[in-house]
Design a protein around this ligand. Sequence first.
Ligand SMILES: [Zn+2]
Length: 217
Amino acid sequence: MASQTIENYLKALYNLSNDVDEINVTDLAKSMDVSLPSVNSMVKKLAKMGLILYEKYKPLQITDLGKKEAALIIRKHRLTEMYLVEKMGFGWDEVHHIAEHIEHLKSPEFFNRVDELLGFPTHDPHGSPIPDKNGHFESMDLRKLSECKVGEKVVVKALGHTSEEFLKFLNSKEFTLNLQLKILAIESFDNSMTLSYDGHPEEVFSEKVCEKLLVQV
Ligand SMILES: [Zn+2]
């Protein structure tokens, strides 16, 4: 439907709309790492295409059409990541930058085939939901590990943060999705957690890390 730049703007707007209540042009410029004037001209373009609502001095709003288009790009991104991990043997820390390119490929047949080859997965390698062909997300009822209590047994289902650095850190702890964790202790001083999981009888994770692990109780 649109150029790569427009698609990247749309994704940034979509992500911002999940993070903050009101999106303004400055936030968008920051998240895209571009100047205000270029964001302003792009915002007008996006509004003309019906992807956002824009009125001067008011917060930006992504329209239903904009949300759907963004979800379809995210679908291509997450299917690609899943394919790279499941069928090509890449690590979960190695796939994001490749998917950033492939998500712009305009070939529904290609992505339908990938989807089929994977057996129609509902989640990507980081546990994030893969939107369906209509742009609908299936949501799981997950909690941050940092909100759990001592003695609870939980299963890690998704990550709230997927930078390469964080994924490499998890690799170093042999940490994967679907691990069963037991919370052995919580340090009252800094809320760090002592956890036990398969092969790791006692491992201490900081609160910062625990906030980024989404679990099912
Ligand atoms: Zn990614």
